[in-house]
Design a protein around this ligand. Structure first.
Ligand SMILES: O=C(O)c1cc(=O)[nH]c(=O)n1[C@@H]1O[C@H](COP(=O)(O)O)[C@@H](O)[C@H]1O
Length: 233
């Protein structure tokens, strides 16, 4: 369901704006989209997000909102004011929370894509058992994705491992945004449900969120180039 733009979303998980901009100034909006998550947002603030958007980048503001419906709806409006392309919330916040966010964004002329995080890609069966959720990650992802679609969301974040099931079960225009991407040459880190970039595309991911394989590489641009080569772009 992705548009024709780049499928790679580079996660700018840097401790400060300077480091983020050092990489960004060597990229281009035609090459990748950018994700600003909690670490960089808390350090760099909304102005950094506005700057990236003004530079022509599609910005995914990844703050994973999870709160009462009113709070999340207002936070989504604030995100939209920054001119971001995509914003996310935790589907585990429930249907009413997701609906409130969608309704708030619907009042606007132009709105970001609203995406629900299902089960974090860092979680495996043991982690789910501990919090008394069904142990099968895919069953949880499918359930939460159906709920998200009914609440009017534009898609979900999940691992590429669950994408094939989502394609079978959920019809229509529903984006599948997948972190948990690890080229064969990269470390797994704290991620549990992972695939390579090419497998993620083959399985049907619309967008690949990639952080440390690029940002922690000794040569981030070379790492990105190798990923593009693997994807044939
Ligand atoms: O919403 C996200 O972007 C997200 C959801 C999820 O389930 N797992 C996940 O890793 N992410 C984010 O995707 C990025 C993955 O980074 P790396 O593991 O370094 O490639 C991080 O910025 C995470 O915050």
């Amino acid at each position: 369901m992705a548009d024709n733009g780049p499928k790679i979303i580079a996660a700018l998980d840097f401790p400060d704006s300077e480091q983020a901009f050092r990489l960004v100034e060597r990229l281009s909006p035609e090459r990748c989209r950018l994700k600003v998550g909690k670490e960089l947002f808390v350090r760099g603030g909304p102005r950094l997000v506005e700057q990236l958007a003004a530079d022509g980048y599609d910005v995914f503001l990844d703050l994973k909102f999870h709160d009462i419906p009113n709070t999340v709806a207002r936070a989504c409006e604030a995100a939209a004011d920054l001119g971001v392309w995509m914003v996310n919330l935790h589907a585990l916040g429930g249907r009413r929370m997701m609906e409130a966010a969608r309704e708030a964004l619907d009042k606007r002329q132009r709105r970001p894509l609203l995406i629900g995080v299902t089960i974090l890609t860092s979680m495996g069966s043991e982690d789910l058992k501990e919090i008394q959720l069904p142990e099968d990650p895919e069953a949880n992802v499918l359930h939460l994705a159906r709920l998200a679609q009914r609440a009017g969301l534009d898609g979900v974040v999940c691992s590429p491992k669950e994408v094939a099931g989502l394609r079978r079960e959920i019809a229509g225009e529903f984006r599948r945004v997948t972190p948990g991407i690890r080229p064969a040459w990269a470390a797994t880190d704290d991620q549990k449900r992972i695939t390579t970039p090419s497998d993620a595309i083959r399985l049907g991911s619309d967008y690949l969120v990639i952080g440390r394989p690029i940002t922690a590489a000794s040569d981030p641009l070379e790492a990105l180039r190798k990923i593009e080569e693997e994807l044939g772009v």
